[in-house]
Ligand binder design. Structure first.
Ligand SMILES: Nc1ncnc2c1ncn2[C@@H]1O[C@H](COP(=O)(O)OP(=O)(O)OP(=O)(O)O)[C@@H](O)[C@H]1O
Ligand SMILES: [Mg+2]
Length: 362
């Protein structure tokens, strides 16, 4: 796979952003600006172009189109380059239609590269909400495993259908059993892939933690699922065993849609044991572990978008984090509204600095 870096970006009618041309460097790009001026919007435009969805939940075209713009069309144009080639990649979207172009030809399927987004609030949510942890697992695993993505989509559809049968009572038994054949096969694959993913991430988390924060701790991510090591037949039989309970409650009680992951720090549950700063350090190490795993799978790094991570980390931890970013070969876009963290970022040699005011590059 080519190691594409984002060289230029121009957006039109995307949230509050002005159609300025941003020229990025291959290493660290620092984006400064006061609150509410468009830093996160810029990261969102990059993420939307490269990952085909927003990192914000429930965001659709109507939220992304500039509310004051006259033209009801979003355009995001970019130039990507690797060691040898340069390509343009763009998207054009209105209420009805989204089109993507690679070197001016219609593009289907893969984008030049993917992005990973690191958001300060995600650490809190990750440690506090099992739904968030499962969604985190699903979205990150889907990005590196297409079979998982497709199976999960099919499972979600099948489970929706299953849940629509249950309130109708046992007269739907034949249909229920037919759909459970699918659900069981999908569940076995989903569980196996989630287990493998948690294991692969675990291999990287502890080294990432010590590399970034210069401290030795054992960090482990483990899947918490009833179906661990179960094959499709065993899962199907289990659903037979549960059938009357599910009919009674009108909803599927147990399944991979309720799975969780447990994140431990030196053998103790990170949520119960760690300080907020340690939780954030653990979560950042998990993301950097994911970035390393991504590189292992695709032999190229994703673009790393870091949205103001300074809160809760002390200045020594910032410095460690910045040093870590300087040693890595990935392209980083990092934002901050925090002046002290900004001063640390400004010291990075060879990085590029941008200042955004009211959506404009100044
Ligand atoms: N569809 C839209 N059209 C126009 N402006 C929008 C749209 N959606 C959001 N905005 C504006 O974008 C601004 C927020 O941008 P953004 O979240 O990128 O700020 P930020 O620089 O990251 O701020 P902070 O430092 O507080 O995180 C707000 O002023 C908001 O009103
Ligand atoms: Mg922001």
């Amino acid at each position: 796979m080519n190691c594409w870096k984002l060289q230029k970006l121009q957006v039109q009618n995307f949230r509050n952003l002005d159609p300025s041309i941003f020229s990025f460097v291959e290493g660290i790009n620092c984006i400064f600006g006061n609150n509410g001026n468009g830093k996160t919007n810029l990261l969102e435009a990059v993420f939307y172009l490269t990952n085909k969805k927003s990192f914000r939940k429930n965001t659709s075209f109507s939220q992304m189109i500039n509310i004051e713009g006259e033209n009801p069309q979003i355009i995001i144009q970019a130039v990507f380059g690797d060691e040898k080639n340069i390509s343009s990649y763009s998207l054009r979207e209105n209420e009805q239609l989204q089109e993507r172009f690679w070197d001016n030809l219609p593009a289907k399927g893969k984008t030049p590269t993917s992005s990973v987004f690191i958001n300060p609030f995600d650490s809190y949510q990750f440690h506090n909400s099992s739904t968030f942890r499962r969604q985190w697992l699903d979205s990150h695993l889907s990005l590196i495993d297409n079979e998982y993505k497709k199976t999960l989509a099919a499972f979600t559809k099948a489970m929706k259908f299953r849940n629509s049968l249950l309130p109708m009572g046992s007269r739907t038994q034949l249909q229920l059993r037919a759909i459970d054949e699918q659900v069981a096969t999908q569940s076995a694959l989903i569980t196996a892939k989630r287990m493998e993913f948690a294991q692969e991430l675990t291999n990287y988390i502890t080294p990432c933690f010590s590399q970034v924060f210069d401290e030795q701790h054992q960090l482990v991510l483990e899947l918490d699922s009833l179906f661990t090591h179960w094959d499709a037949k065993k899962i199907y039989d289990y659903y037979r065993h549960q059938e009357s309970i599910d009919y009674k409650s009108g909803v599927t009680q147990v399944g991979v849609h309720r799975d969780d992951v447990v994140f431990t720090f030196d053998g103790l549950n990170a949520f119960e044991f760690c300080s907020l700063g340690q939780q954030k350090m653990g979560f950042l190490s998990l993301i950097f572990a994911y970035i390393e795993l991504f590189r292992y799978k695709f032999t190229s790094y994703p673009i790393v978008l870091i949205d103001d991570v300074s809160g809760e980390l002390d200045s020594q931890r910032w410095k460690n984090l910045i040093q870590y970013l300087e040693t890595k070969k990935f392209q980083v876009l990092i934002t901050t509204a925090n002046e002290n963290f900004g001063k640390e970022l400004e010291k990075i040699p060879n990085s590029k600095k941008f200042f955004i005011t009211q959506g404009k590059l100044v």
